[in-house]
Structures are given as structure tokens and as C-alpha cells.
Design a protein around this ligand. Structure first.
Ligand code: ATP
Length: 385
């Protein structure tokens, strides 16, 4: 096992497309790092440069002690798992898994031992004699994983390995990859456009956009403290509600809970259309720099699970934390319900109407679309509830 370090890595394709721009990224020894971002953001290019399947235009890539910029792919000692699995159709499972070891001319008993061990780990023992066409998608995917495991490489590089599977299988295989990589403690760089995969698999997640790295952080930190609007909107499903507003100084005593924020210069409110929301004192204490934005336009982000129907909510709403809204659309997922609402506004400003989604527990009564959805409570606090 080794660490994988990218320093100022860039890729400009011959047609002038800059796919990756000054990428600095370090995957620690034994770490599972997920590279995530929308289609075309450069994540596959980045992975292929680490694998040696794509030349790099700028920077350095180091695997373990070695700078590999000029090392051919086959000598980098990394194993790649592709979206397409890239199995040999004429070879059975045993020979597909052992293929790399035969190329390296390992002794036959050693190959047999490693292949059988991998097949046991992946639940493929009964299928060793089958050809890829006789296998299901999930089984093929496991053969591709097996082929990577037996090589005992310095690092795994995985490019959307689950995207060809149906939703149910994808969840199963995701858990299997998590278990397997944890067991093996193998350094893994994993590319996906699926933020749920990224959040559930990654020790850390690196978010890319248009070739540029936006943020690298453990999943929860990414969720709680996105560094910019792109990360805020990309991570989380349903997505964070983002509103344009303006910060104001609160009228005396408003927006400041007793004892908190005392001596910090009073509360702050945020104007959203014709409605006003208090900036929670805890947030202000945590981010005193917000005061500098009084009188300026801001974007307010509220996660759907932090908005509650005031009528259903047991605790009284904190001061200044109510929003008037109307139900627009209700989507039931079985275990949760997403309610899209519009912030209520006089007709004159309906152009400013915002949409938001509210998570309601399954046991809660589902509101009818079209009915006035009176008030929403916005609750701010640590995400431990
Ligand atoms: P996806 O999730 O769709 O696979 P990605 O994030 O992996 O996307 P890349 O495949 O790395 O993105 O592509 C990054 C950018 O580089 C895109 O704009 C793409 O069109 C461009 N690109 C990729 N391969 C080439 C190539 N061989 N020649 C020119 N441009 C390319």
C-alpha cells in the first residue's frame, strides 16, 4: 500500500480542452478518497492520469516513494476497476481474475491460491468456471473487483464501478466495496458523479467542477460546511434550499436569545422577499464575520431537514424563525416525504417566489398539495438530532 499524491496536476487535451486545472490532492495510505462532480468536470481524466492511461500536461504524480509522471501504466502497480468491467469474454472467471498474475508469471499454485481467496471474499466460488456472458451484472462487477484484489496493488483506482448496475444491486455492491476496502485497508481513489456513493463510501470526498477542485473534506464536514455555493447545492439530496436575501440589523432585542451573543453588537436578520428571518445567535457567534455583510445581498442556505411544519412541530418556534409558505407539491418516498413549498408573498413579488423542500417524518401527516401550508420553522443547530 502507498499514498498517492497529485501536485499541481493539469491536463490539456490536444484540442485545447483544459480538463483538469492545477489539481492538488493527497490520498493517504489506506484511505478511501472519492472524487465526485458533475459530468465533464474532469474526474475521469484525473483518475486516468494517476493510472498512467493519460499523459499529464503539468505537475507531478507520486505513488508511494516514486514520481510516476513518466512511468508506463503497467509499471505503476495500481489496479483499475472500470465502469465497463473490461472482462475477457473468452476466459472463465478463474482466468479473468488470475489474468494479471499470469502475465506477471507468478507460480501456478500462488495464482490458484490468490484467485480462490478472492473468489471466497467476493462470493464467486461457484462461478469460477463460468464465462462473463453467463454472469449477472453484479457478478461481473465482482469479477472485476477480484481481478484488482489479487494483484495486491499499491492502490485501487475505480471509475464509476457501480454505474451499470440497477439501483438495488448498486446499494448492495456499494456496501460490499465499503466492507472489502476497509478489510483490505487499501488506498483507493474512486470516481463517481453520484453524491450518495461519494458520501457513503469516502473517508474523504473531493468535489470537482470544471476541472477545478472545490473542496476536500470528510463527508459530514462537506455537508455541514460547504466552502461555496456549488458544493452546497451539489451535496445533499434533496438539495439545500438557497434563497437570495439581504442582511439587516435586527430591531432592538430581536434575533438575539437571552445570554447568547451578548456584547457582540445585537442581532441580525435576513430579508427574504417580504419576509424576515432571524440569523440565529449561535450562527452569529460561530461566524462573526457575518456582521460585515449587514446591508448587503447574501445567499441563505437551509437544508430541507432543518425546516419543519410549525403546526406539526412540538416545540415552540424560536423567535424570528417562522416563514409563511404554501404547499406546491408533495412527493412520498415511503420512508420520507418531500414537500415543495413556495414562500408566501404578495402578488406583486411573486417573481421572487422561491421553492423549498421540507422533509417530514413518515409518521407525520402529509399535507395536501394546493392547501395553504401556513408556517415553516427553520431550526439551526448541530446536526446531532
Ligand atoms: P463523466 O462523469 O461524464 O465521465 P468526467 O468528470 O469524468 O465526466 P472527463 O471525462 O474527465 O470528465 O472530461 C473532462 C473534460 O475533458 C470534458 O470537457 C471532456 O469533454 C473533455 N475530454 C475528455 N476526453 C477528451 C479527449 N480525449 N479530447 C478532448 N477533450 C476530452
Amino acid at each position: 500500500m502507498a499514498d498517492v499524491v497529485l501536485n499541481g496536476v493539469g491536463k490539456i487535451y490536444p484540442d485545447g480542452t483544459r480538463a483538469v486545472d492545477s489539481l492538488d490532492l493527497a490520498v493517504a495510505h489506506g484511505e478511501f478518497l472519492v472524487l465526485v462532480g458533475p459530468s465533464g468536470c474532469g474526474k475521469t481524466t484525473a483518475l486516468r492520469m494517476v493510472a498512467g492511461l493519460e499523459d499529464i500536461s503539468e505537475g507531478t504524480i507520486r505513488i508511494g516513494e516514486r514520481v510516476v509522471n513518466r512511468v508506463p501504466s503497467r509499471d505503476r502497480d495500481v489496479a483499475m476497476v472500470f465502469q465497463s468491467y473490461a472482462l475477457y469474454p473468452h476466459l472463465n472467471v478463474r482466468d479473468n481474475i488470475g489474468f494479471g498474475l499470469r502475465l506477471r508469471k507468478l507460480p501456478k499454485p500462488e495464482i490458484r491460491k490468490r484467485v480462490e481467496q478472492a473468489a471466497r471474499t467476493l462470493g464467486l466460488e461457484e462461478h469460477l468456471g463460468r464465462k462473463p456472458r453467463q454472469l449477472s451484472g453484479g457478478q461481473r462487477q465482482r469479477v472485476a473487483m477480484g481481478r484488482a484484489i489479487v494483484r495486491e496493488p499499491q492502490a485501487f483506482l475505480m471509475d464509476e464501478p457501480l454505474s451499470n448496475l440497477d439501483a438495488k444491486l448498486r446499494v448492495q455492491m456499494r456496501a460490499q466495496i465499503a466492507r472489502l476496502t476497509r478489510e483490505l485497508g487499501v488506498t483507493t481513489l474512486y470516481v463517481t458523479h453520484d453524491q450518495v456513493e461519494a458520501m457513503t463510501l469516502g473517508d474523504r470526498v473531493a468535489v470537482m467542477r470544471k476541472g477545478i477542485l472545490q473542496q476536500v473534506a470528510p463527508p459530514q464536514e462537506l455537508y455541514d460546511r460547504p466552502v461555496n455555493l456549488f458544493v452546497a447545492g451539489f451535496i445533499g439530496s434533496p438539495a439545500m434550499n438557497l434563497f437570495s436575501g439581504e442582511l439587516d440589523r435586527a430591531p432592538d432585542g430581536k434575533g438575539e436569545a437571552a445570554g447568547e451573543g451578548a456584547g457582540t453588537g445585537g442581532g441580525i436578520t435576513v430579508r427574504l422577499g417580504d419576509q424576515t428571518l432571524a440569523v440565529p445567535p449561535e450562527l452569529l457567534a460561530e461566524r462573526p464575520a457575518l456582521r460585515a455583510y449587514v446591508g448587503r445581498s447574501v445567499v441563505v442556505g437551509i437544508r430541507p431537514e432543518d425546516l419543519f411544519d410549525a403546526a406539526e412541530d412540538d416545540a415552540p418556534a424560536p423567535d424570528g424563525m417562522l416563514l409563511r409558505a404554501e404547499t406546491d407539491l408533495v412527493e412520498s418516498m415511503g420512508s420520507e416525504v418531500h414537500v415543495h413549498v413556495r414562500l408566501a408573498a404578495p402578488p406583486a413579488v411573486t417573481a421572487d417566489v422561491q421553492e423549498l423542500a421540507e422533509d417530514v417524518g413518515a409518521e407525520d401527516q402529509v399535507p395536501d398539495p394546493g392547501t395553504a401550508h401556513s408556517e415553516l420553522v427553520a431550526r439551526f443547530g448541530p446536526r446531532t438530532r
